[in-house]
Design a protein around this ligand. Structure first.
Ligand SMILES: NC(=O)c1ccc[n+]([C@@H]2O[C@H](COP(=O)([O-])OP(=O)(O)OC[C@H]3O[C@@H](n4cnc5c(N)ncnc54)[C@H](O)[C@@H]3O)[C@@H](O)[C@H]2O)c1
Ligand SMILES: O=P(O)(O)OC[C@H](O)CO
Length: 335
């Protein structure tokens, strides 16, 4: 069996290693060929997770045709900002019956699409598309630290197929069917994590972070509900689980970017220094737009949007947020 992983960043690299234990070969498509020489020559990605030695049956290419030809399943691990352009190149080689799993966390700017909807828009046949999410930092998964994720798909056979490809004694895979819930949780938790990082960087304590995470999950639940998903999903791995790890872990790019913001850093400087994507920054804009379109109150997201995309001062915005008059704890989730 051949599995193709599109994307050679941290998560694509770690997932390629997980899949390699179960299949004959794993091919990694690498943007610009940046990781090809390292993976094929030394079994290491020279840019991301550089200490991680990949199994021998993992190889890399910059050619969509080579990567996708003969693939029994395709895993997408590309940042949300590039997913559409990458799929435009890959689409001609993807057969309509090949199962596809997306690991990307975000909402498309402009369309408000979930990543599975974006993928379906590019390659069609939505019933063979699944999503994987959960509290999974690549740095820990590749070291075999006990972790878990959920795979949601419309067709249970798609979820079961990818479960078989990825399940191990240290990477537990649950399955589900609420793609909307899983994907909304995955996109918005990154926004909440930047705000937590900012407040931690400003010297606020653990009570404050618990407050923001809790009001954050309430905000996520309203969005999930309004978008047609199940708010119960917010209690699961993609919701509560990923929110906690992203808001608290030193591995989290979103949390550490928020801390750097508190110390005067900028998004450009952070991404240039780390070469890594901060999905919550883009999501602050795309989720805020979506929330307005579907009539959901999303104060934490609106606050971060003002700071990152509307040039309003951090102090003004966060003072406004903290000054909001507390109302009913659970509003906006009734039918
Ligand atoms: N890193 C993790 O631990 C982790 C875990 C779960 C989910 N995710 C999600 O996986 C997705 C990929 O993140 P990552 O952490 O692997 O990325 P990363 O930050 O480690 O790497 C950035 C990636 O973007 C690629 N890239 C840069 N410019 C590009 C362009 N113009 N076109 C196409 N690709 C380009 C780079 O080649 C690289 O593969 C994100 O949506 C992220 O939220 C990441
Ligand atoms: O490092 P972060 O903040 O982008 O989070 C990565 C993953 O989404 C954690 O599950």
């Amino acid at each position: 069996m051949k599995i193709t992983v599109i994307g050679s960043g941290s998560w694509g690299t770690a997932i390629a290693g997980q899949a390699a234990a179960h299949v004959d070969e794993v091919c990694v498509w690498s943007f610009g060929g940046e990781a090809v020489e390292g993976i094929n020559g030394q079994h290491r990605n020279n840019i991301y997770l550089t200490d991680y030695v990949l199994p021998d049956n993992v190889w890399a290419t910059a050619s969509y045709e080579e990567a996708i030809g003969g693939a029994d399943g395709i895993i997408l691990a590309v940042p949300s900002a590039f997913l559409r352009s990458v799929l435009e190149g890959a689409a001609p080689f993807i057969k309509p019956e090949t199962p596809v799993l997306t690991l990307t966390k975000g909402i498309e700017d402009g369309t408000g699409y979930l990543m599975s909807e974006l993928v379906a828009d590019c390659i069609g046949a939505p019933e063979r598309i699944g999503v994987l999410a959960g509290p999974n930092h690549a740095e820990e998964v590749c070291r075999g630290c006990l972790s878990a994720a959920v795979i949601a798909a419309e067709d249970p056979a798609v979820a079961e197929f990818f479960k078989t490809v990825l399940l191990s004694d240290h990477f537990r895979i649950y399955v589900g069917s609420d793609l909307i819930g899983v994907e909304m949780c995955s996109a918005v938790k990154n926004v909440i994590a930047i705000v937590c990082g900012y407040l931690a960087g400003m010297g606020y304590g653990d009570n404050t972070l618990a407050l923001v995470m809790t009001r954050g999950i309430a905000e996520i639940s309203r969005l999930v509900h309004a978008r047609g998903g199940s708010p119960i999903t917010c209690m699961g791995l993609a919701g509560m689980g990923d929110l906690v790890v992203t808001c608290t872990s030193h591995h989290s790019r979103n949390r550490t970017f928020g801390e750097s913001l508190a110390h005067g850093g900028t998004l450009e400087e952070y991404q240039k220094r780390t070469h890594m994507v901060v999905e919550g920054a883009a999501a602050a804009k795309s989720v805020a737009q979506l929330a307005r379109n579907i009539g959901v109150d999303a104060p934490i997201t609106f606050a971060l949007e003002k700071v990152l995309w509307q040039g309003v001062s951090k102090e003004t915005v966060f003072n406004e947020l903290i000054d909001r008059f507390p109302t009913e704890e659970f509003y906006g989730m009734d039918d």
